[in-house]
Design a protein around this ligand. Sequence first.
Ligand SMILES: C[S@@+](CC[C@H](N)C(=O)[O-])C[C@H]1O[C@@H](n2cnc3c(N)ncnc32)[C@H](O)[C@@H]1O
Length: 296
Amino acid sequence: MTPTPPDAVTPGIDVVVDPDEALRANRANWDDRADVHAESAMYDLAGFVADPAAVSSVVREDLALLGPHLPGGTVAGLDVVHLQCHIGTDTLSLARLGARVTGVDLSPRSLEVARDLARRCGLEATFVEADAQHAADAVTGEVDVVYTSIGVVTWLPDLTAWAGSIARLLRPGGTFYICDGHPMLYTLDDMRSDVLAVRYRYFPTGEAEMWEDPTTYTGEDRRLAHPRTYEWPHSLAEILEALLGAGLRVTSFGEQRTVPWQAHPLMEPVGQSWAFPEPMRQWVPTTYSITAVKDG
Ligand SMILES: C[S@@+](CC[C@H](N)C(=O)[O-])C[C@H]1O[C@@H](n2cnc3c(N)ncnc32)[C@H](O)[C@@H]1O
C-alpha cells in the first residue's frame, strides 16, 4: 500500500461525537472553505456577477427535475427557502429565475460571501444563519418551495428533525426538492483509481464519520485552518422515511449518472458535470432526487 503523504486526506473513521461539537467543527471548516471557494474557478463569482443571465449548472439541472412538479413549471413568483445555501450561487440563480429567496446556512462566513454576491449582482435575497435541522425556527412564514442540493444531508446528524422542520416551512400544497450525492457513491474508496471498491459504511448507525482533509473540492491547493469534519452517512431508506414520517407525500424519486464534482478519480468530465466512464456508468448511481408535497 502507498504510504499516506503528509498533508494528505485522513480517510473517514467512525466515531461517537457530541453533535454540537461536530457542528462547531463543521462550521469552522465551512467558514474556511467559503474564502477559498469565493476565489475559485469552480464557483467563478466574477463571471456570475458579470453575466446577469448566469444561472448555476446545478440549478439548471435541478429545475429540469423540479419544474414539472411546480405549478406553471417554474420557480418564478414563488417563495423559496434554500437550505445549506453556502456562498449563494444557487440561491441567487433561483432569484435570477424570479423566485423570492431565503438562503439558510450554518457558516457565517459563507453567508457574508453570499450577501456580498447578492449586492454585487443587484439581486434581492435574504440570508439566515441557522442549522438546517431547525431552519423553521429561524425563518418567518411559510414558503412554496424548500430546495436543497448537492452535498447536503451528509452534514446533518438528525434527519427526523430536518424533515419536520421542512414540513413546518412549507405552506399547504408546497413542494420539497432535494438532489444530493447518492449514499452508494459515498461508500466508494475515492483514493483508488484502479477499481470501484466499497470502503465506507452505507447504513446509518448514529455514529459520525470523522475526516481530516487539508484542502477542499474546488481544486485549489490552499490549506484549510480547520481540516476536521464530521459527516453522517444516511441510507436512501432513512432519507425517505424521514420525509414520509414528517407527513410529506413523495411525488418523484430519481437516480442519476452524473455529479457536479469529481467524486472519484475514475470519473471523467461530461459537460459541466462528472461521470464514470462506460460501462461503470451503469454500475453505480451518483446522485438521487426527490420531490415531496405537503398536502393541504
Ligand atoms: C457542499 S455545500 C452545499 C452547497 C451547494 N451545493 C454549493 O455548492 O454551493 C454544504 C453547505 O452546508 C452547510 N452546512 C453544513 N452543515 C450544516 C447544518 N447543520 N445546517 C446548515 N448548513 C450546514 C455548509 O456550511 C455548506 O455551506
